[in-house]
Every structure is written in C-alpha cells, then in structure tokens.
Ligand binder design. Structure first.
Ligand code: F0G
Length: 429
C-alpha cells in the first residue's frame, strides 16, 4: 500500500502529534495508533474503529542491557503486551477493523496461535460491528488466549494441524464464504503496526535508535517497521533509518535459512522465489514442522516473507535464530525487571544478546527490543521454568531441548507449621 503524500500532505514536524496529547478526550487522539492518523491516511476519521489501543511503554532497562552486553542506558524495551487484548496485535487490528468497517464486512476471520484471535474477538465484542471466526491448531493455543476468545464470544474452530495448516484453511474458507480476513496478509494490519515504531521514536524524544530487534513469525511486524521507516524518511520526519534484526526461533527458522544461509534478497522486487519453493519442498519431504516453546512464532511458512525482504533491504537488516533455552533465559531476565513478556517476545532480547556477542551490534549502540506480548500469555512455560518439580520441567521444557533454568526463582515448599514457615522465610530472605 503506498500513499500519494502530495495529496495527503503529512505534518512536517513531530510536534503536530505531541499536541494531540492535550486533546486526549478525543478517542482518536488517545489511541496510540490513530494519534498518527496522518501517517496511515487510508480511512476518513468518521470510519475509524478504536478501543483505546496503543497505550504502550518504552522503558530503558539496565539489568537487561547488562545481560545482553550493551552499555548502561543503551537498551530499551517496548512493551506491546500492554495493549487491551495483551499483545501488539491490537495496533494492526484497529486498522484492519477500520477497513472492514469501511467496506461493510459483517464477519471477520483469522488463524491464530492466540494473540490475533484474542485481539479480533475483543474488537468484535467491544464494537459489536462484526462476528469473529477463529481457526486454531489442535493443542496449539495457550489457555490464557483461548479463554479470551471464548469469553468474548468468538466462533472458535479447532482443526487438526498446526498454525501453518490453520492459516491455509482460513484463507480458503474466507475466500469461499466472503469473510473478511484479518491475519497479517491483510495490508491494513501492517498500516496499524507501523505505529509501534512511531511510539518508539516518541519514547526516544524522536531520536532514531541504532537497532530495532523484533521476533519473526509471520513477519508482519518486520514488514510494517521497514515500511514505517521508509515512509518517514521519504517525507522527511527522520534523517536516517535504524538497522533491523529479525529473530526466528531455531525450531521455526525459515527466514533465517532463506536470508542468511541461502542468500535470498529483495532484489529490487524480484526475489528468487525458486529458493523459497526449494526450501519448502525440502521441509515437506523431511516432514519438518515448526517446533518451539515460543508458540507465537511457531510458523514455518511466513505469509509476509516478501515484504519482510524489502524491510531488510530498507533497514540494512540481519536475521538470527535463537534456541528455546536462550529464549526462556532472556524471558526470565525481562520478567525479573517487572512487566515481563511471553516467550516469543523474549526472542528479541535473546537475539540482541547473540548479535552483540557477534559484534554486529556494538556495545555503545542504542538498541530497542520489541516485546510483542504479555507475560500472562503462557504461564505454563514460565512456571515450568521456575519449578522445583523435575518431571514438570522435563515435560514442558526438557522435551524442547531446554536443559537448565539459569534464572529460576524457585518456590519454597514448607510444612503447614508456623515455626517451619518462619524458619524458611528467615533462611531464604
Ligand atoms: N510475537 C507475538 C507475541 C505474536 O503473537 C506473534 C504472532 C509474533 C510475535 C509474530 O509476529 O507475524 O509480525 O512476525 N502471533 C500470531 C497469532 C501467529 O496468531 O497471534 P509477526
């Protein structure tokens, strides 16, 4: 989607957006997406759908800076889990929903590992504008997220298979039944997700950081971020573009394999798709399915692959893969600083640590890790990480190659006896 900026002249200064804060009783000024309406000018104001999304925070974290290996004051965490449904998806959903509303859609569908479905179901429940239809893979959704979709009244279809299967089916079903599809194949989703970058810049006093590090699943965020920076540069609101690092889980590393190992590039809009089909054929022949504790990025057929290649080109990007062990250790470090995040989100912190150890990110560079989802998404993984119960650890994490919990905060088991309880507290505190 490209805009004719001559017909929709954007503001020439960030001050224009700052001024909206004093008018925040207006829902379009309060929303962290629609405050930037002039930078996604596809809908008239009267059609915009908002539930107050995008009230998220960018915070520096020196403990996490130390963990990943950059200088104090150089590492920032963007907490997108603070959105109404608990993930960054609300940014894109408000934009896709706005478009669906504009064209009079009555039903909207998605495939999901949890966050997209919770977001879609929430927008349907709050606005009553559409009915939600969600596709999930069997056993592939966390209870926290499933409970949201059920509470919000979404029609929930569980199919045998994983996210990649559900994604394929929901596209077929939407086409056949004329249902509006809100997965990130929908370009309006990406328009909303651009605003995550505007808020990052806002949090940094409109200064451009050196690196944006983001987990990669369906590659909607990375694509949207690249587009955001290309447009901001084009209209003159920024004078340089940050570098982008997209982090795959090692068990779902299609982008890493294609970009870093097989040399797939945007190539002026003509990427060598034979590399993609060869990779897909190899995966199919080997019966290889995506597998990682970071369920949100357990995706082997990213729908935004091509757009992401363009973003990597725009932002001189790199791609890395991190193991589930690295993801969970990084997640524990983020959680120890408060707020926390879900496993997939922590891939960004684990990826930053890897890139710093490889001296690709410098110790003095300013790094922003995007924490895409809320800590409460996947308590099973978190509790298993901190547990003293070896069987539970093995079942949830050992099966995924996680060997130890370096930063576990173990609960203390004690008899129901006042003296014993007091002794235990004195011993451990
Ligand atoms: N982080 C979280 C918390 C997510 O929920 C997702 C995707 C991603 C990262 C990947 O983002 O596509 O922009 O690369 N979750 C989808 C869902 C699959 O169904 O909620 P991407």
């Amino acid at each position: 989607m490209s805009y004719d900026w001559d017909r929709n002249p954007p503001p020439d200064s960030w001050k224009h957006f700052e001024a909206k804060w004093s008018r925040r009783r207006d829902p379009l000024c309060l929303s962290g997406v629609w405050r930037f309406h002039e930078l996604l000018p596809f809908a008239p104001q009267s059609q915009v759908v908002t539930v107050g999304e995008g009230q998220t925070l960018l915070l520096p974290s020196d403990p996490v800076a130390k963990y990943v290996g950059v200088d104090a004051g150089r590492l920032f965490l963007q907490y997108e889990g603070m959105n109404p449904s608990g993930s960054f998806k609300d940014n894109g959903m408000s934009a896709a929903f706005t478009h669906a509303h504009m064209i009079g859609a009555k039903r909207a569908a998605c495939a999901s590992t949890g966050n997209t479905s919770a977001s879609l179901a929430l927008y349907c429940a709050v606005t009553r504008l559409m009915k939600a239809l969600i596709f999930i893979g069997s056993g592939k959704i966390s209870y926290g997220k499933l409970s949201q979709a059920l509470d919000y009244g979404a029609l929930t279809v569980q199919i045998t298979g994983d996210f990649d299967d559900a994604m394929q089916r929901v596209q077929e079903v939407s086409k056949q039944l004329g249902i509006y599809l809100v997965n990130s194949v929908n370009p309006f989703r990406l328009e909303g997700q651009k605003t995550i970058m505007y808020r990052v810049l806002e949090g940094l006093g409109w200064e451009v950081p050196d690196w944006i590090v983001v987990p990669g699943g369906n590659l909607g965020n990375s694509s949207a971020f690249g587009k955001a920076f290309a447009e901001l540069h084009q209209i003159g609101l920024i004078d340089r573009i940050p570098r982008l690092a997209v982090i795959n889980a090692a068990g779902a590393n299609t982008l890493y394999e294609l970009y870093e190992q097989r040399g797939l590039r945007w190539n002026g809009g003509a990427p060598d798709m034979s590399l993609v089909s060869a990779h897909k054929a190899e995966m199919d022949a080997a019966g290889r399915r995506a597998s990682t504790i970071a369920s949100a990025i357990e995706i082997n057929r990213p729908v935004n692959l091509t757009k992401c290649l363009r973003a990597l080109e725009t932002c001189d990007g790199v791609v890395r893969e991190v193991t589930d062990q690295e993801i969970l250790d990084a997640k524990a470090q983020v959680g120890a600083g408060g707020f926390g995040c879900e496993p997939a989100s922590a891939a960004s912190v684990a990826g930053a640590k890897l890139l710093i150890s490889q001296q690709i990110i410098g110790r003095d560079e300013r790094v922003v890790c995007i924490l895409t989802g809320h800590q409460l998404k996947d308590p099973t993984a978190t509790v298993a990480y901190h547990t003293t119960d070896q069987a539970q650890f093995n079942q949830v994490l050992g099966s995924r190659g996680v060997k130890r919990a370096l930063f576990a905060n173990r609960a203390v088991a004690v008899n129901n006896d006042l003296d014993d309880i007091i002794k235990a507290i004195q011993l451990y505190s």
